[in-house]
Design a protein around this ligand. Structure first.
Ligand code: NAP
Ligand code: MG
Length: 493
């Protein structure tokens, strides 16, 4: 490990120091991060054939947390061979037996919840309260939910027999590393598939820690294999001949490349891509509640959320009032150390992402939108961005069209519900949307007109394992979660 690596102090001390002022109970969870991680292939930690490693940084302060193995084509091939070897026995297990493994995994994750939450926050930069109260419990919930399905598959599609597909290749992004892993693994395993999964380059640590949990659960070797690495590793996962399906979550650009690459191969594909969701506030909406939904919709996880409510559409008659309320509410947001339990907005995941946000925000001002940024001190080290809103945004501006994937809100106005729908649908994406109104009939009518996979009414960013999630247009196809998401991992005979 290089000399520049390593945390200056144990995390316990850092947490204790940060929290002393607000909460006298010290946080005692240790993230147990190793200095170096190998690949996880065939139930064993395996040295990469590439002999290469790359650093995983903490966006909190820019320090190196660990070195991760870089899987090359031969490593990815070994992972697929292991998954193919494990498939016959795993797929023949009675569903109830597969379910037991999933229940065990869910319980073990709950047992180690605090440890996983701290590791997730350190590696990805999200506020510890979100990792602790959302990412980790929701990841466990996905395993519980699919454990329940494993012995009831014959009820999922009445009159049909569900057969597993075989070996599935899965690729996940950096914004919800553990949760995306759970979204992908749990349904694949419940249906009897085996898996080769690649986490994102900047957030592979909780995935590799998850491998230790799979060993603890006694999962048969080769059923799940993890290959860490960069873009080439992802491309090798996509192109391997043994893959019967690819499940990808990430950018629209990479999703399109995968679609081209798999055309004509007969492999199944599901894509969960970007978004530019409209969060629509009608003049009869409960405004204080709506403002909470607006704040949560854009600032949750620093805005690194594919379904973030990044375009706020406000009815003209209440636009000034809503803007004033948002500005007041923004003043109470705490930006800073993600390990501090009181932090609302943590660190930006990588320096590259920070550059992208900075560039798009500059374009907003240059193109004539009015910027309102929270005035607050930022930590001197690490990657941070002040919560920012733009008013007076028009649909032609880049900040209204492109996914910023940061704590930046673009506010547009409309006069009639028809204009709101037209503006909301005037985007290349179609992942999610929100409507705030007192009138149920208006919500029902408008929600059917929105071209978005998920529409929230008088709430935002509400998730549940039973509910399918996915998009239209450039936001991808296929669903994850619920029965619909699970059926994407099975052949209906
Ligand atoms: P990305 O560059 O597309 O990366 C996603 C994953 O794909 C990473 O593991 C990445 O590996 C890998 N990858 C990169 N190039 C690849 C290639 N040619 N072939 C195969 N895999 C490849 O996206 P990101 O920047 O990590 O994530 C942010 C994007 O994901 C946003 O656009 C966001 O909207 C979208 N997203 C969508 C959803 C959803 O559910 N719809 C959820 C979360 C995020 P490396 O990390 O090594 O580059
Ligand atoms: Mg990292």
């Amino acid at each position: 490990m290089s000399a520049k690596t390593k945390k200056a102090k144990p995390v316990r001390d850092l947490l204790f120091g940060n929290l002393w002022e607000y909460d006298p109970a010290p946080e005692t969870a240790e993230p147990h991060i190793s200095e170096r991680y190998q690949l996880f292939i065939g139930g064993k930690f395996t040295a990469p054939r590439s002999k290469k490693f790359f650093p995983s940084f903490s966006p909190r302060d820019g320090s190196t947390l660990a070195e991760m193995a870089h899987a090359n084509d031969a490593d990815v091939d070994a992972a697929y061979q292991a998954a193919a070897a494990a498939f016959p026995a795993w797929s023949k297990l009675p569903g109830a037996e597969r379910g037991k493994y999933l229940y065990r995994i869910a319980r073990l994750l709950q047992d180690r919840a605090r440890e996983f939450a701290v590791a997730e926050t350190l590696d990805g930069g999200k506020p510890i309260k979100e990792a602790r109260d959302f990412d980790v419990p929701m990841a466990a919930a996905h395993f519980f939910y699919h454990a329940g399905w494993a012995d009831k598959l014959s009820y999922a599609a009445p009159g049909k027999t569900l057969a597993p597909l075989g070996v599935v290749g899965q690729i996940i992004p950096w914004n919800f590393p553990l949760l995306m892993l759970a979204w992908k693994l749990a349904p694949a395993l419940a249906c009897g598939n085996t898996v080769v999964l690649k986490p994102a380059e900047t957030t592979s640590i909780t995935c590799m820690k998850f491998a230790t949990l799979l060993l603890e659960a006694g999962l048969p070797p080769g059923v799940v294999n993890f290959v860490t690495g960069a873009k080439e590793t992802g491309a090798a996962v996509v192109q391997h001949p043994l893959a019967k399906k690819i499940a990808f979550t990430g950018s629209t650009a990479v999703g399109k490349w995968i679609q081209h690459t798999l055309a004509g191969t007969g492999k199944r594909l599901t894509l969960e891509l970007g978004g530019k969701a409209a969060n629509i506030i009608m003049e009869d909406a409960p405004l204080d509640q709506a403002v909470e939904g607006i704040i949560n919709g854009i600032f949750f996880n620093q805005g690194h959320v594919c379904c973030a409510g990044s375009r706020l559409l406000v009815q003209e008659s209440i636009a000034d009032q809503v803007l004033a309320k948002i500005k007041i509410r923004m003043r109470s947001l705490r930006v800073g150390d993600p390990l501090d339990k009181n932090t609302d907005i943590g660190a930006i995941n990588s320096s590259q992402q920070l550059d992208k946000i900075t560039e798009l925000v500059a374009s907003g001002s240059a193109e004539g939108a009015q910027m309102h940024q929270l005035e607050c001190a930022l930590p001197s080290q690490g990657w941070y961005f002040r919560p920012t809103i733009f008013s007076g945004v028009t649909l032609s501006q880049r900040i209204a069209r492109e996914e910023i994937f940061g704590p930046v809100l673009s506010i547009l106005t409309f006069r009639t519900p028809e204009e709101a729908i037209e503006k909301a649908n005037n985007t290349a994406y179609g992942l999610s949307a929100g409507i705030w109104s007192e009138k149920g009939s208006r919500i029902l009518r408008m929600s059917t007109q929105l071209k978005a996979g998920v529409v929230w009414a008088n709430t935002y960013n509400a998730f549940d394992p039973t509910s399918p999630f996915g998009g239209y247009k450039e936001s991808g196809f296929g669903r994850e979660g619920g029965k619909q998401g699970m059926l994407d991992y099975a052949e209906l005979l």
